[in-house]
Write a protein that binds this ligand. Structure first.
Ligand SMILES: Nc1nc2c(c(=O)[nH]1)N[C@H]1C(S)=C(S)[C@@H](COP(=O)(O)O)O[C@H]1N2
Ligand SMILES: [Mo]
Length: 378
């Protein structure tokens, strides 16, 4: 008897180019939004030298919007990607697996695209939960793989352009044959995918889009939960910052004319109130009222040059977020404060007591807490 391995046969009418195209029409824009907003986030956190001074400090809600979109489009892409993979998976069993060099290259690029996409959405989702079950550093790897995904995606769309065009609408001219038509099953499938996208979006987007905060079920942070009605990403205890005694606190401003201020002296300086959001890179954001001293006033007093960059150093001794830098646009923006008060009260220790930076259009991770030192950079 001769044993023959034959590839499985798929008869379901939904594993076709029309379904793949219909889902792709949503998946591609989700990926595009996610990629562009991710680039924005990357540049704001790690500006290349030539761009550092061009990064704008307005609109004050800019980063809140782009990062909210980044996380929302990434979450929406998860059900879309799953549906797309389900629609096309029979192709895994294509026979013969490799027909030509061109075919082999195309399959390789699709393999990279699929693996990269799954990797980006999975690591991004786990990052929103601050869960890092992997041995590498999240930011550089998530960033590098994004380029791999975008490169292979552009290639994929280019290679598939004729099919995409033929199946773009329900009945494209010239493709009146059955597979291009919308069958009831396909409409149900697409409706279910749309409902899944709506459900995951509605139950998470309130973490940054506060009008929908009452629907937040699955987001790791709720905008109302935290001391002084503001979430906390890293508490004082987690950052290893002990109780800071008001009498012992000093702010050092290192510049052409350096000086040191006590907390009482800081409180005696002109105070300003601003309304600005904390927009965490992990997806949650929340607006709050901050009161404190303008950084530009402190810089003038130190006779800092107008275009100087500024380094903000925390009293926190260890950890990646203890230091941040800002260009002159942020440093000189009248909304940029060393805040002493939040929503009418002295800062909670978890929000950076006694002094924290708050600046417009800035990733949360750069809004340094427990500030002890400002350095004017040459
Ligand atoms: N010194 C210091 N500042 C910090 C952090 C930190 O770990 N250490 N975390 C940052 C992050 S990631 C965010 S989102 C904001 C959150 O501020 P909040 O806890 O007051 O809401 O603080 C930022 N400032
Ligand atoms: Mo953050």
């Amino acid at each position: 008897m001769k044993l023959r391995l034959s590839p499985p046969v798929f008869r379901g009418g939904l594993h076709d180019a029309r379904t793949a195209t219909s889902i792709g029409r949503w998946l591609a824009p989700a990926f595009a939004v996610c990629f562009v907003t991710g680039l924005v986030s990357h540049v704001m956190q790690h500006p290349p030298g030539w761009l550092a001074d061009a990064i704008p400090s307005r609109p004050s809600w800019g980063y809140r919007l782009t990062q909210g979109l980044h996380v929302a489009s990434g979450i929406a892409a998860i059900p879309l990607l799953l549906a797309k993979l389900w629609a096309v998976y029979p192709r895994l069993f294509e026979w013969p697996p490799l027909r030509s060099v061109r075919h082999a290259l195309e399959r390789l690029s699709v393999a990279v695209l699929v693996a990269g996409s799954v990797f980006e959405l999975a690591t991004g989702l786990l990052n929103t939960a601050q869960w890092y079950p992997w041995p590498f550093s999240f930011v550089p790897v998530h960033y590098a793989v994004a380029w791999l995904v975008v490169g292979t995606l552009v290639l994929h769309i280019t290679v598939k352009a004729p099919q995409i065009e033929a199946h773009w609408t329900r009945r494209s001219p010239g493709t009146l044959a059955l597979p291009a038509q919308d069958v009831p099953d396909r409409r149900s499938l697409l409706a279910a995918v749309g409902a899944a996208v709506g459900a995951v979006t509605l139950t998470t987007v309130g973490q940054s889009f506060t009008p929908l905060k009452d629907f937040v079920l699955f987001a790791p942070r709720h905008p109302d939960k935290g001391p002084q009605a503001l979430p906390v990403n890293r508490t004082a205890a987690a950052a290893g910052v002990g109780r800071i005694a008001a009498e012992e606190y000093r702010l050092t401003v290192a510049g052409p004319r350096p000086y040191t201020l006590t907390l009482a002296e800081l409180r005696d300086l002109p105070q300003y109130e601003v309304e600005l959001p904390i927009a965490c890179v992990e997806g949650w954001s929340k607006s709050a009222h901050w009161t404190g001293v303008r950084v530009v006033d402190l810089l003038e007093r130190a006779q800092a040059p107008a275009r100087a960059r500024v380094r903000v150093v925390s009293l926190q001794l260890r950890g990646g977020y203890r230091v941040s830098e800002m260009g002159h646009r942020h440093a000189r923006d009248p909304l940029t404060l060393l805040a002493l008060r939040l929503n009418g009260e002295e800062l909670d220790p978890d929000h950076g007591y006694p002094v924290r930076l708050i600046a417009p259009d800035r990733p949360g991770v750069l809004q340094t807490k427990w500030v002890g030192r400002l350095e004017v950079l040459a």
